[in-house]
Design a protein around this ligand. Structure first.
Ligand code: G3I
Length: 380
């Protein structure tokens, strides 16, 4: 099944205590051109991307394409251009890429009307050159953080003189980004982390404080108008298991839909920083979303290697991928990074977490082989 058809077929388709991790986890064409218009249509790929008898000879991308699923990675443009090994892995192993930070508001419009497209264009250029679709992460992320580690929402937005001006800034920003990248993006994280990180209430960020939930409805409606064929997601952390935050997220999404937000799916970030994923619990969550007609995606998967045991890590990765692939409407697994050398956790938790599929030397780890085997064995 060609990469392009994967999207069509897609059915509606821790050392530091977890609480501390979570509390501070609140984080932070030129070829694409600036015109909207027909979506890039990657050239057809062979009907069967990997005809080898032994699936272990196939890349993740080939296996994913054969099984009609998206396998993605968060990417940083400086390494796409600066590291041949990084670029090779991203191009060979993934049929989807997520700009780790390049599409974010502070990266694309650090000052009102002053757009800095360089990093985002570099990611878009790579995606077009490698016939990949982009997961547009993220149009609006406004989390309030006490220990703010990142500039998540540029200060000029919070400084808007009144509600109408603030709403205007959101509309302008979404319009600029979506218009520029609609052709190479088929999924948008329209709203990232609308709930408080460790609780289950709405995050008290400045947008929600001033505008109420309706800014989110408007963000989805505007994005849909600008890019009608893209799938639109709410993306959230720590909602990968049954519990108050999952219930709160379900309630929020239903409210937004009732108010007219065209939401197609929910992204579950899956930063399993505090221990082993709960596979049964994840399946319950995925089926809950399926029951209300929403697709799901694992959008930011990373799992620190427990006790320096890469085989134990591999088992955990297999559990997460299996949970997704066992639920028809979960159609994507995106890793939050390519190699242990460049994981955000090196800054966030310090060296040595080794949370990804490729090690510091860009070599595949047991977790890579476990993910490949799980995809190969799926009945998709
Ligand atoms: O690009 C600038 C560079 O020019 C500057 O010199 C440098 C020092 O200030 O900053 C660089 O930008 C950094 C950016 O990552 C790119 O490396 C930002 O400061 C830094 O805040 C940003 O951190 C990212 C964070 O989101 C905030 O945007 C992390 O890499 C990224 O992994 C993290 O990802 C988030 C998801 O978007 C949402 N879910 C949680 C996840 C983990 O926090």
């Amino acid at each position: 099944m060609s990469d392009a058809r994967v999207h069509e077929r897609a059915p509606a388709v821790r050392r530091v205590p977890l609480v501390m991790l979570v509390a501070s986890a609140v984080i932070a064409c030129s070829a694409c051109g600036a015109s909207a218009g027909r979506r890039a249509t990657p050239p057809a790929t062979p009907a069967r991307a990997c005809a080898r008898p032994d699936p272990s000879d196939c890349s993740l991308r080939q296996l994913a394409t054969d099984h009609g699923v998206m396998i993605g990675a968060a990417v940083q443009p400086e390494y796409l251009s600066g590291s041949p090994d990084y670029a090779r892995i991203v191009g060979d192993e993934f049929n989807s890429i997520t700009p780790e930070s390049a599409f974010k508001w502070e990266s694309t419009e650090p000052a009102r009307g002053r757009f800095t497209w360089g990093a985002a264009d570099a990611v878009a250029q790579f995606a077009r050159a490698h016939h990949q679709q982009i997961r547009g992460h993220t149009l609006v992320w406004a989390n309030s953080t006490s220990a703010k580690q990142f500039t998540i929402l540029p200060d000029y937005v919070a400084a808007a003189p009144d509600a109408a001006s603030m709403q205007g800034l959101i509309d302008e920003h979404i319009t600029a980004v979506v218009t520029r990248y609609a052709k190479v993006t088929d999924r948008w994280d329209v709203v990232n982390e609308p709930l408080e990180t460790t609780g289950s209430q709405l995050d008290t960020n400045v947008l929600t404080r001033i505008l109420g939930e309706k800014w989110m409805v408007r963000a989805f409606r505007l994005t849909h108008r600008l890019d009608p064929t893209a799938k639109l997601f709410v993306n959230e952390s720590l909602a990968e298991g049954p519990g108050p935050k999952h219930q709160a997220l379900m309630a929020l999404v239903q409210r937004l839909r009732a108010a007219g937000a065209p939401i197609d799916g929910v992204g579950l970030q899956a930063h399993f920083l505090g221990g082993a994923p709960d596979r049964p619990g994840l399946e319950v969550v995925l089926r809950d979303w399926q029951s209300v007609g929403l697709r799901t995606a694992i959008t930011e998967l990373d799992i620190p290697t427990p006790n320096h045991d890469p085989v134990a890590q591999a088992t955990r990765y297999a559990d997460v991928v299996r949970a997704c692939l066992d639920v028809r409407t979960c159609n994507e697994v995106t890793l939050w990074g390519v190699t242990d050398a460049h994981t955000w956790l090196n800054d966030f938790l310090g060296p040595g977490t080794a949370p990804l599929l490729f090690d510091d030397s860009y070599q595949p780890k047991p977790a890579y082989r476990a993910v490949a085997a799980t995809i190969a064995a799926s009945h998709r």
